[in-house]
Design a protein around this ligand. Structure first.
Ligand code: NAD
Ligand code: TYD
Length: 348
């Protein structure tokens, strides 16, 4: 393989993936295709932007002509598709944006790959990055496996589920060489502060209320973002055509326990008196249709392809908290303008 097109490379997970591929695979040309929405930020890739094997193309996956042009110019052998609208709360207030980018944008990209490759698909690969949220909500017990029935319950997860179905349909109907993964919640550096962990770290730092939805006993399975990037790398190179792999860190936290842990880590790092930040916790109105619990069984990926996460939660949360304290300028820049309006609307 020589040229790999990564979509959404200026976002949270995409930027870690682009960095990994640019650094680990100097013989690949990595083309980062991103529209630079509110969630995309080229600053996330400052350290690799001058690498000889890196290219950036500002383009919108909703625009088929722009995709045809880029596919013709670069002739990619592989596509790793991450570009998406990714925040559940935004999907509740504006579902159409999720249909347009996550569903129609994905089909545009499938068409671009199919038009370029035709039936000459030897050595080609279309990798679709998805979420565990397509499986719906778990009770106290059990895990999502690759066989779990789809049951999306938010506009975000419904749009990702629809895109997954299209990717599989292109495999069965046109023999497009696809592979998919469904991953649990990620955390780490460059995470946009609309999501739970960076929003809490930002507010703890600024001594603002920490808005916990509902009773706070909703559970998520948290994975260090660089472990997601290493899993994508493994699946892209070793995964079987047409297969789906679940990715997760076996690291479940109830939201309230997680927020308390972040408070304690930040108190330590900021030299505040123990327990000071916990006093900022404020229970607020619940998210409509809030999924109770997500938990991933990643044994297929571990047993078949030998992937393992590299770090444990406590270390990852501490590293993340330190990163947000050391990168105040990044945080201030991404949370100016549009973010202020969003925050006002969401939290009052
Ligand atoms: P993000 O919101 O941080 O980044 C999304 C990126 O896509 C941004 O750079 C944005 O500019 C770009 N983008 C959005 N719309 C676009 C369009 N129309 N055309 C081109 N580019 C566009 O998202 P993320 O958290 O990094 O998630 C990346 C992918 O991983 C998504 O597909 C998401 O569904 C999936 N995923 C995320 C998580 C998670 O915990 N964040 C977990 C599992 C799967
Ligand atoms: P989020 O980071 O939005 O990820 P997702 O909804 O995709 O899992 O939210 C993680 C959990 O945290 C989810 O149960 C909702 C909850 N949450 C809060 O309690 N308060 C908040 O301000 C946010 C953004 C999320």
């Amino acid at each position: 393989m020589s040229t790999i097109l990564i979509t959404g490379g200026a976002g949270f997970i995409g930027s870690h993936l682009v960095r990994r591929f640019v650094q680990h695979y100097p013989h690949y040309t990595i083309v980062n295709l991103d529209a630079l929405t509110y969630a995309g930020n080229l600053e996330n890739l400052r350290d690799v932007e001058h690498a000889p094997n890196y290219r950036f193309e500002r383009a919108d996956i909703r625009d088929p002509q722009a995709l045809a042009d880029i596919f013709n110019r670069y002739q990619p052998d592989g596509v790793i598709h991450l570009a998406a609208e990714s925040h559940v709360d935004r999907s509740i207030s504006n579902p159409m944006a999720f249909v347009e980018t996550n569903v129609i944008g994905t089909v545009n990209l499938l068409n671009a790959a199919r038009n370029l490759w035709g039936s000459a698909t030897e050595g080609k690969r279309f990798y679709h990055v998805s979420t565990d949220e397509v499986y719906g909500s778990l009770g106290e017990e059990g895990f999502f496996t690759e066989e779990t029935r789809y049951d999306p319950r938010s506009p975000y997860s419904a749009s990702k589920a629809a895109s997954d179905h299209f990717v599989r349909a292109y495999f069965h109907t046109y023999d497009l060489p696809v592979v998919l993964s469904n991953c649990s919640n990620n955390y780490g550096p460059y995470h946009f502060p609309e999501k739970l962990i960076p929003l809490m770290l930002k507010n703890i730092r600024e001594e603002k209320p920490l808005p916990v939805y509902g009773d706070g006993k909703y559970t998520r399975d948290w994975l260090w973002v660089k472990d997601h990037a290493s899993a994508i790398d493994t699946i892209f190179h070793k995964g079987r055509k047409g297969e789906t792999y679940n990715i997760g860190g076996n690291n479940e936290w109830k939201n309230i326990d997680l927020v308390e842990a972040l408070c304690d880590i930040m108190d330590g790092l900021l030299g505040r008196e123990p327990g000071a930040s916990r006093r900022l916790i404020t229970f607020v109105k619940d998210r409509p249709g809030h999924d109770r619990r997500y938990a991933i069984d990643a044994s297929k990926l571990k047993n078949e392809l030998g992937w393992q996460p590299a770090i444990q939660a406590e270390e990852g949360f501490r590293e993340t908290a330190k990163w947000y304290l050391e990168n105040e300028e990044w945080l201030l820049r991404v949370s100016s303008g549009e973010y202020q309006r969003y925050y006002e609307q969401q939290y009052g």
